[in-house]
Design a protein around this ligand. Structure first.
Ligand code: MN
Length: 245
């Protein structure tokens, strides 16, 4: 008997939001190669856009056409190192791009096993049986304070230091992502998103908006519209991946 291979579907959307002059978020995915990426860039002028799009392109390129042969999670970590180097060396060659960097959250899927890797404060959530769970831990100053019990979540949201991330791609010669993995169950829904979504909408609202059976595209646009209504202070990106039943 052939091994059952889970089938996945995906949709994604990004929006400039209501306050920022440009969109420095980027996303990309290939269902065929089993790779999904969201990045949130930072840096002066257009540098943030360069950093985030370079990271997405590099990770997709590494996995292009080799879902079957990639050794996981090693090759996913390797892809992130390659992306890091590409951004870092580009920043060093061009002073206008100096200091640019990006967050990254990626899901790499083989058969029904899922690896989630992250750097910075872009997040991955999993909706399973109606319950939303955050799988990644933010690499941000305030979230680390919250985890150590030195700050409440409400204080973190208001803190003037809330934008400080403690790990980024492209700002140093080496970087190590966190890696989480699990077996997908039929119906599991993964949300990869930038902080422009999670700072505007509480998890409970995201959970209720993801439930239901509207097309993934519609759920992406509902989330983005809600984040814009809530203020839209930042660029907003969401990428949904569903394990089909
Ligand atoms: Mn952001």
């Amino acid at each position: 008997m052939a091994t059952a291979v889970a089938r996945f579907t995906a949709a994604a959307l990004t929006d400039r939001g209501r306050k920022r002059p440009s969109n420095e978020d980027a996303f990309g995915y290939s269902v065929e190669d089993g790779v999904y990426v969201v990045c949130d860039g930072m840096g002066g002028a257009a540098a943030g856009e360069v950093a985030s799009s370079t990271a997405v392109d590099e990770v997709l390129r590494v996995f292009s056409g080799r879902n079957g042969s990639a050794v996981l999670p090693h090759d996913a970590e390797e892809a992130i190192c390659i992306a890091n180097e590409a951004i870092y060396s580009r920043a060093r060659r061009n002073y206008k791009l100096s200091g640019m960097g990006t967050t990254l959250v990626a899901a790499v899927i083989r058969s029904r096993h899922v690896w989630v890797l992250n750097i910075g404060d872009s997040r991955c959530y999993r909706l399973r049986a109606g319950h939303l769970e955050q799988l990644t831990l933010d690499h941000s100053l305030v979230e680390e304070q919250v985890r150590m019990g030195r700050m409440t979540r409400a204080e973190a949201l208001r803190s003037p230091l809330r934008n400080m991330i403690t790990r980024a791609l492209g700002t140093q010669s080496h970087v190590t992502p966190d890696c989480f993995d699990f077996d997908a169950e039929p119906g599991d829904l993964l949300l990869l998103c930038s902080d422009g979504l999670t700072r505007e909408l509480p998890d409970a609202l995201i959970e209720s908006m993801l439930a239901g059976d509207q097309p993934l595209e519609d759920r992406c646009s509902s989330l983005i519209e809600a984040a814009k209504k809530a203020g839209g202070h930042d660029n907003i990106t969401c990428l949904l991946v569903q394990a089909n039943a």
